[in-house]
Design a protein around this ligand. Structure first.
Ligand SMILES: Nc1ncnc2c1ncn2[C@@H]1O[C@H](COP(=O)(O)OP(=O)(O)OP(=O)(O)O)[C@@H](O)[C@H]1O
Length: 960
């Protein structure tokens, strides 16, 4: 076993070795000069050219021999720091700026023509990239980095792969790599002493060598010349055989992690700030010695040191700034990092970017800096955003994208502020010009909503949860701008008349004849002061518009989510020119942020003028073989902040529950236009029958029953349309009560067709099944509909997982209706319950509804009901006052109140067959089929089945 060498012995050996190397290098230099003089380039030069060919556009003076400035001088460590004494050889110069420019342009095409421009993930002698600061403007940095595939910062390399230059750079790179593996074969010579090879091609660091000229950097700024690339040949040899180590920053010093290497240790020992840590067995140095070390390492053929990440650092070592500039190969491409600023609160943004030492040094100069240990990201006050971005632009190896312009505009006040203020109070709007009835009825959160809208100058997306009273708020906001009317209200067709009722209810000052409900495409869109139109009719009528509406309300604005639809194409131009835009939706986006885009630009047309920019930031846009995929989501926190700041107001039911009544009832006035001609004729005939004189009591009741039954069949299409609108609006779970089997069947058939999960409970459902179905409904995850018979499912069942009940039909006994409502409004229900009564004008509903209201009132007076329907609904003026109508109403009232004859009526209803002219059992059902087929909502024929209304009869007839 031999004893380890002493330090002195090692030193001696090393010195001898260095001398030998220097002698061999000198010898080689002489040989090279000889061959240059005879018109041949160095071996390396020849090889390089022969493999890659001369650059196609490279201006070249054929009279000048190509010499790659090969340097053979042994580097003197003692003088390395500032005084580079290596000889230079410049036998090829670009003499004109055009030549230089041409070369830069060529970089992407022939990257290895300038081998030193192959940037590195780790610094070896393979060549050092020129700093990006030196890059001519027309050459993207990625292009310059083209040779770093897979070696640089992951993001940077990703960028490179996605550029068109990638393919062009791959081939030469592959060549270069293969050269690295087999340098000898590349040079067409047997392997040589790597040390000699390395030195043989060492470029000058103080002057311009051949690689400078090839890269067109003929006029190099003095301070940056040290960054010039090394010769390919030298690096190839070194990369193939060197021992690899890393420099690691530790406070204001750095340590070198590497295995034992005698040459290196000799270098270490010459550095004044050296210190050896026996615990970690590593050497460490002051930053002032960094550049000297790196330069010295360049001359060691057996060592490759990965530099400090992001090291450039003339700042770090002012005393050796000159050294760093001349000797230290800067590492812009090595640590190239790319990222973006992202908003994280109303007043702060974070830098979402990879690690860069320079960048962190810069972050630390920001007064408002804050490091989030959880996200491991730095964040700052918005007011420092512009300053930070400007400073980062000085770091060539960093690309930090600023916040998008839309955000800087939306948060302009925060960007300019000197002291942050989290919430600025929204001023109380002066509503003295609005009908007092409306203003006094606003709940506190609704009033706040109106204030918000007016603070936003009447342009907003009011996205309150369903049932929170968006209608009353929208009417109030629009009324605030009444001087700018006529007003346009665009709504789903099933609620056109509900809106009319709401205007009548809340704005008594508005004469009913000033309201224009557009029903057909022949109607005029601007006939009223308030014009209510469906989405679909709008797209047919918008051409009528000569002057734009200044105030526009869009109900269920998520109907505009698809920019390609006719409804969206019709509405968007109107919103762009309108002064006030009030969008209403309880579910502005049901599945992805892309759905919000049209609504955002509806409110703020200048935000994200290109959808693609929006898609990239918030929809995680990805390029696919077929185009861009915008179905994802990204930066949602920022999107929410942007919406809340400038576009949207959203309150959830749970936020304002204390202000809400336990039940909110709403009358939905169904569109008469949707009752087919046949159904209308049948209804008219039934109504006429009722008013015919000289009828026996029995005949009167039969006529009434027929009218009731005809009403059911006439309402089917509108009912189904309303249910589908609810589903489209994102209503998740709700109950639909109906009385006639034909209605229940039409609904379930449609739900089946649309694959909507649902259950059905009617008189034919056994007791055991009822419970199971109830459970099934609870377990449905997303949307689901329970289709229930008013009389068979109004008791004993709990559906508290829903908070909406829809009555597709009215029933003359309000007790039954209240019981049905309470399937949802019961223990276990934590929300305010919404109840929608679908009422069709010109049908039996005209009489049933006032009857129900009247009865409830009586019950209330008797202390038997807490509910007063008329206070909570719009349709208080529903009742027709003409004598004929009055007669029918009286008939209804009498028939349903006299001698507890519900049983008799129900029996008659049970035997109703919608297809029969008389309503008598046994007739075919062609009539109702035709009715429904006309609007293609029903598929199969309605088959008559026995109704079993009476399994709950006790509860039905018993008082509340
Ligand atoms: N301040 C109020 N005073 C009296 N009734 C109100 C008030 N606010 C809302 N309502 C009633 O509550 C019911 C629900 O209101 P509205 O239809 O406007 O809710 P919404 O938010 O539009 O719900 P959706 O999204 O389901 O359409 C209506 O019958 C409405 O008249």
């Amino acid at each position: 076993m031999s004893l380890p060498l002493t330090e002195e012995q090692r030193k001696k050996i090393e010195e001898n070795r260095q001398k030998a190397l220097a002698r061999r290098a000198e010898k080689l230099l002489a040989e090279q000069h000889q061959s240059a003089g005879s018109g041949f380039s160095t071996v390396a030069t020849n090889s390089s050219q022969s493999k890659q060919g001369p650059p196609p556009n490279l201006p070249r003076d054929p009279s000048k021999p190509v010499n790659h400035g090969v340097v053979f001088m042994q580097q003197n460590l003692n003088s390395s720091s500032s005084d580079d004494q290596r000889p230079h050889s410049h036998s090829f110069h670009l003499s004109t700026p055009e030549q230089a420019k041409g070369i830069w342009k060529r970089q992407g095409d022939v990257p290895t023509a300038c081998p030193g421009h192959s940037p590195l993930g780790q610094m070896t002698l393979t060549g050092i990239s020129p700093p990006l600061a030196q890059s001519p403007p027309e050459v993207p940095s990625q292009q310059l980095l083209g040779g770093t595939l897979g070696q640089g910062h992951p993001q940077a390399s990703h960028e490179i792969r996605s550029t068109p230059f990638t393919n062009r750079t791959r081939e030469p790179l592959a060549k270069a790599r293969s050269l690295q593996k087999t340098p000898a074969s590349f040079f067409g010579q047997p392997p040589r002493d790597p040390g000699v090879e390395a030195k043989a091609v060492r470029p000058s660091t103080s002057g311009q060598d051949i690689s400078d000229t090839n890269c067109g950097s003929g006029s190099v700024a003095p301070g940056t010349e040290g960054r010039h690339p090394q010769k390919l040949g030298a690096s190839l040899h070194k990369a193939g055989s060197s021992q690899k180590g890393t420099c690691i920053r530790s406070g204001d010093r750095f340590q070198v992690k590497i295995g034992y290497n005698a040459e290196l240790i000799a270098v270490f020992k010459r550095l004044p700030s050296r210190s050896y840590d026996p615990a970690t067995k590593t050497w460490n140095f002051s930053m002032t010695d960094y550049s000297a070390l790196m330069k010295a390492v360049q001359s060691l053929p057996t060592v490759t040191l990965q530099p400090l990440e992001g090291a450039e650092d003339s700042r770090e070592s002012p005393s050796t700034a000159g050294v760093a500039q001349t000797c230290l190969p800067a590492a812009p491409s090595l640590a190239f990092v790319k990222g973006q600023c992202v908003l994280i609160s109303r007043v702060r943004f974070e830098a979402d970017i990879g690690y860069s030492e320079d960048l962190i040094a810069l972050f630390k100069q920001m007064e408002s800096r804050n490091y989030d240990v959880k996200t491991r990201k730095w964040n700052f006050l918005l007011e420092e955003h512009n300053k930070l971005i400007q400073s980062v632009r000085c770091l060539p190896q960093v690309q930090l994208d600023p916040l998008p312009k839309t955000l800087t505009l939306a948060f302009a006040s925060q960007l300019e502020k000197t002291s942050p203020c989290l919430t600025e109070p929204i001023p109380e709007a002066d509503l003295s010009g609005v009908d007092p009835k409306l203003v006094s009825n606003l709940l506190p959160f609704q009033r706040a909503g109106v204030n918000f809208a007016i603070a936003k100058r009447g342009r907003l997306l009011l996205a309150d949860d369903m049932g929170l009273g968006k209608t009353i708020q929208a009417i109030c906001i629009a009324a605030f701008y009444r001087k700018e009317w006529p007003l346009l209200v665009v709504v789903p067709s099933s609620v056109r008349f509900t809106w009319e009722q709401a205007f009548l209810r809340w704005l008594p000052s508005l004469s009913p004849d000033r309201i224009n409900v557009v029903v057909t495409s022949r109607d005029r869109l601007m006939a009223g002061l308030v014009n209510i139109v469906s989405f679909d009719l709008l797209s047919k009528l918008e051409k009528q518009l000569k002057t734009p509406f200044k105030v526009v309300i869009i109900d269920e604005s998520h109907f505009l989510k698809n920019i390609k639809t006719a409804r969206c194409r019709a509405a968007m131009p109107l919103l762009k020119v309108a002064k006030r835009v009030i969008l209403l939706s309880g579910t502005p986006a049901m599945s992805r942020p892309a759905e919000l885009y049209t609504q955002i630009i509806g409110v703020r047309p200048t935000f994200f003028p290109q959808f693609h920019a929006f898609g990239l930031r918030y929809c995680d846009a990805k390029r696919q073989p077929w185009g861009w995929d915008y179905s994802g989501s990204s930066n949602l926190g920022e999107l929410k902040l942007l919406l809340e700041e400038a576009v949207m107001l959203r309150r959830l039911k749970c936020d304002v529950l204390a202000q809400l009544p336990p039940k909110q009832r709403k009358i939905v006035a169904l569109v008469p236009g949707q009752i087919s001609t046949k159904a209308r004729a049948a209804l008219d005939a039934a109504a006429k029958e009722m008013t015919t004189m000289n009828k026996t009591k029995r005949q009167q009741k039969e006529a009434l029953l027929l009218f009731f039954n005809r009403t059911a069949e006439a309402k089917i299409p509108s009912v189904i349309e309303y249910i589908l609108d609810l589903l489209e609006s994102g209503r998740e779970k709700f109950l639909v009560f109906a009385h006639h089997k034909v209605v229940l069947s039409a609904i379930t058939r449609e739900l089946e067709k649309k694959h909507v999960p649902h259950i059905r409970i009617d008189g034919s459902t056994s007791s055991a099944d009822r419970e199971d179905l109830c459970q099934q409904f609870h377990l449905f995850e997303k949307h689901a509909v329970a289709v229930l018979s008013i009389t068979a499912a109004n008791m004993g069942l709990t559906f508290s997982s829903a908070d909406l009940v829809v009555f597709a039909e009215l029933f003359w006994n309000p007790g039954v209706l209240l019981q049905a409502e309470d399937r949802v409004h019961r223990i276990g229900q934590s929300s305010s319950v919404s109840i929608h009564y679908l009422v069709a004008r010109g049908t039996a509903d005209d009489y049933l509804w006032p009857l129900v209201q009247e009865k409830i009132k009586v019950l209330g007076e008797a202390g038997l009901s807490e509910t007063n329907f008329s206070e909570m609904t719009e349709a208080t003026n529903y009742f027709y006052k003409d004598p004929k109508q009055q007669k029918i109403y009286d008939l209804f009232q009498k028939s349903f109140e006299e001698d507890g004859s519900d049983m008799e009526l129900l029996e008659a209803a049970e035997s109703f067959d919608p297809g029969s002219a008389s309503g008598a059992p046994g007739s075919d059902s062609q009539d109702v089929e035709d009715t429904v087929d006309e609007i293609t909502l029903m598929g199969s024929p309605v088959k008559k089945r026995r109704y079993e209304f009476f399994d709950n009869f006790d509860s039905f007839t018993s008082p509340l």
